[in-house]
Ligand binder design. Structure first.
Ligand SMILES: Cc1cc2nc3c(=O)[nH]c(=O)nc-3n(C[C@H](O)[C@H](O)[C@H](O)COP(=O)(O)O)c2cc1C
Length: 191
């Protein structure tokens, strides 16, 4: 009787362990990425933040908001005004807007997603600040973007040109994408 109780106890314990394993977030390939994925994003008006949340949900990654030291106001974001902060920054390829946290601890992550809005058909220069301030060597960098219609191709091209020693995967424009679209992209890039 004692032996039977022990066997039943062991079976219950094994079932609990298996259930907790299967409840972990799964990626496109079904492998768990928990603990190694950081989903970083810069979002001036909230759209890219929502896209980042979807990626974090599907990969089990942790979210990290790339915040500017000085937040962008509505006037700063006025692309019709050639003197607005965003227009001035984006005209000057070497502008590097300051971050709220100049350093981010990336040591425990092997995959770093970086999301941003399309500004003037590329990434905002604060993305350059983030990449240049942090040690991304040896990590897999995965770009994603939201936009009013422009694609991610020019941003990807510029990232490769600016950072030839970094490993940067194919990115995803996340306008109107389904979870299945995101999953097949994750699978394609080996996540
Ligand atoms: C300064 C500025 C420039 C922009 N330039 C473009 C552009 O060239 N092409 C485009 O499709 N959308 C452009 N947009 C629209 C944004 O990419 C789009 O609204 C994005 O989803 C906003 O993301 P967020 O809410 O995370 O900031 C621009 C927006 C701003 C503020």
């Amino acid at each position: 009787m004692k032996k039977l109780t022990l066997i039943i106890g062991a079976l219950v314990a094994m079932t609990v362990v298996c259930l907790s394993c299967s409840s972990k977030k799964q990626s496109g390939t079904g492998e768990t990425n928990e603990g190694k994925v950081l989903v970083c994003y810069f979002s001036a008006t909230g759209t890219t933040e929502k896209a980042a949340q979807r990626i974090a949900e599907l990969t089990g990654g942790k979210l990290h908001n790339i915040e500017p030291k000085v937040p962008y106001t509505e006037a700063d974001l006025n692309w019709r005004d050639s003197l607005s902060r965003s227009s001035v920054e984006m005209r000057n390829k070497s502008s590097r807007p300051e971050l709220k946290d100049s350093l981010t601890d990336l040591s425990e992550y092997s995959v770093v997603f970086i999301g941003y809005p399309n500004w003037w058909n590329t990434h905002p220069t604060i993305i350059n600040t983030f990449i240049e301030n942090n040690d991304l060597k040896g990590k897999t960098i995965v770009p994603f973007m939201t936009s009013g219609g422009s694609n991610i191709l020019n941003s990807e091209k510029e990232l490769h040109e600016s950072y030839p020693t970094l490993t940067i995967t194919k990115g995803l424009l996340m306008n109107d994408v389904s979870d299945d679209d995101i999953k097949s992209w994750l699978k394609e890039i080996g996540m």
